[in-house]
Design a protein around this ligand. Sequence first.
Ligand code: ZN
Length: 289
Amino acid sequence: MRTPPSNPEEANVLVPSAVHMHGYVDCHCHISSGDFDKDIEEVIESSKKAGLLALLAVAEHAGEFDKIIELSRRFPGFIFPCLGVHPVQEVSPEQQRGASVQDLEAALPIIEKYKDQLVAIGEVGLDFTPRYVHCDADKDSQRQVLIRQAQIAKELDLPLNVHSRSAGRPTIHLLKEQGVEKALLHAFDGKPSVAMEGVKAGYFFSIPPSIIRSEQQKLVKQLPLENICLETDSPALGPEKQVRNEPKNICISAEYISKIKGVSLQTVMEVTTQNALRLFPKLKSAIRP
Ligand SMILES: [Zn+2]
């Protein structure tokens, strides 16, 4: 890992290739969501106009894996697939439950089938929001699903794209216990002090556009820019509640970080994109300077 520059404005001197890296990477996006079925071409086009170089399409359950792979083929070198089982599974739009080993078993053969095309395993993680966990066994089942996926990621030498809600500390501790070395903690809602344990372990944290209306602003202040990535989590976590979020809003995250850190937008762009390339090295072959 390179040492962080003492003056962040010098980042492009230390990383010469970054000079040409004019664009953002959306490290966590649900582009396979039905919300984008009607106008996916326009959504991708406007995200490119906003400076997006690539986006990581994460999955929540086995039922959407084929769609994600199809999208990555339809937009080669721009949409990069991540497959995984989310800690919360939707039974119906009104009903959700914690992930079980059965959900994982349905996913494993498809992950195996597409393993060479994946840039990460995700979205995986822990969600201890009270309505999803009713007892310790529910938490344990989520843990088992995450542990197994952490092992698969290690076997495939892939990073993890990680969700944690009301479970910041247990998530980071589990990843460390499992010896996970490469992980992106997306939209982390835990304490900054817990996030800093993740930084020590070499993990990255991605910041969504909803940061402008969230209580996690202290987190951005404390995290070193060298551990920050950008994400949109589209169609969720947009700048306005209840409005469909789009990958083009990635610049809202970047502008916010630039303001909080007191560095130029260009620096945020270059450093976060270099971070994304360090964490997801398979992007390198496709993103040409
Ligand atoms: Zn997500």
